[in-house]
Design a protein around this ligand. Structure first.
Ligand code: RTP
Length: 155
């Protein structure tokens, strides 16, 4: 059905250590649930240097990378996979601009933070990167494909 087609795209959303410590996890999950996306995977994880170097492979040479790595190592993160129509692009819109001062009110960063180095959440920027990041942060069998019958009312 068209429902199955629309629902096929997955994105990797990660709540960074500041989001966990400030108690914003539930709010972020609620936003994705309320939008109509389907939760396919969820866990807490302590990142490692190696994992972060792979995740941020395009940023490892940047001057801010050591600061970013220490921030991401400073406590557990929450790793999630959300699925649904245009989940990657819409997930980025829901997060807001990278710099929270430029994030629109109503977005996660626009509502909850001020500093680019403490910007609460990560979202994949392309379908290709979503697949790569899901493979990095999750083991085989942790990401579930399941039929959510409430989708009949969303799509
Ligand atoms: P993310 O990967 O976290 O979703 O962020 P993004 O695509 O919006 O931004 P990107 O340019 O990929 O940067 C990744 C993360 O690095 C931190 N950052 N710090 N000048 C700085 O201090 C600086 N620039 C970027 C942010 O945490 C950003 O989300």
């Amino acid at each position: 059905s068209s429902m199955t087609m629309n629902a096929a795209e997955k994105t990797y959303i990660m709540i960074k250590p500041d989001g966990v410590q400030r108690g914003i996890v539930g709010n972020i999950i609620s936003r994705f649930e309320q939008k109509g996306y389907k939760l396919c995977a969820l866990k807490t994880k302590q990142a490692s240097k190696e994992l972060l170097e792979q995740h941020y492979k395009d940023l490892v040479e940047k001057p801010f990378f050591p600061k970013l790595r220490d921030y991401m190592l400073s406590g557990p993160v929450v790793c999630m996979v959300w699925e649904g129509k245009e989940a990657v692009a819409t997930g980025r819109k829901m997060l807001g601009a990278t710099n929270p001062l430029e994030s629109a009110p109503g977005t996660i960063r626009g509502d909850f933070c001020i500093e680019v180095g403490r910007n609460i959440c990560h979202g994949s920027d392309s379908v290709e990167n979503a697949e790569r990041e899901i493979g990095l942060w999750f083991e085989d069998g942790e990401v579930l494909d399941w039929t959510d019958h409430s989708f009949d009312w969303v799509y």
